[in-house]
Design a protein around this ligand. Sequence first.
Ligand SMILES: [Zn+2]
Length: 132
Amino acid sequence: MGLFAARDLTAGERLIEYKGRRYGKGKLPDMGDDGVTKFLRLSDGTGIDGSGWAALANHGCDPNCELREDEESRLPKAWLYALKDVAKGEELVWDYRLDVASRTEAYADWACACGSEECRGTMADTEPFKDT
Ligand SMILES: [Zn+2]
């Protein structure tokens, strides 16, 4: 499963709102039996457990999209934006940069096989573990 462009897209274009159940500050969704969540933490501390079209987009270490918060709205919203021109039929991917507790968790539990030359081997944000 993944999300694919139904038409040519232009770099910088706002594509799809990241929709789903909203959670208050510091609250987390029940992960369920499969442990899968598409939870997105927003800058004000609230979050969205993604269940819309945008939540179908896969991770890629060399993404053609990014998730950005809409600063115009009072209630923060997140949108998928095209980072570069995308041809019709191409898969839309963004860099999840998952927030994980350790380097081990990053590579053992969130390994990435996106296949790009830029692949760092994990969907996690490795910035906190750079020196370890
Ligand atoms: Zn990768």
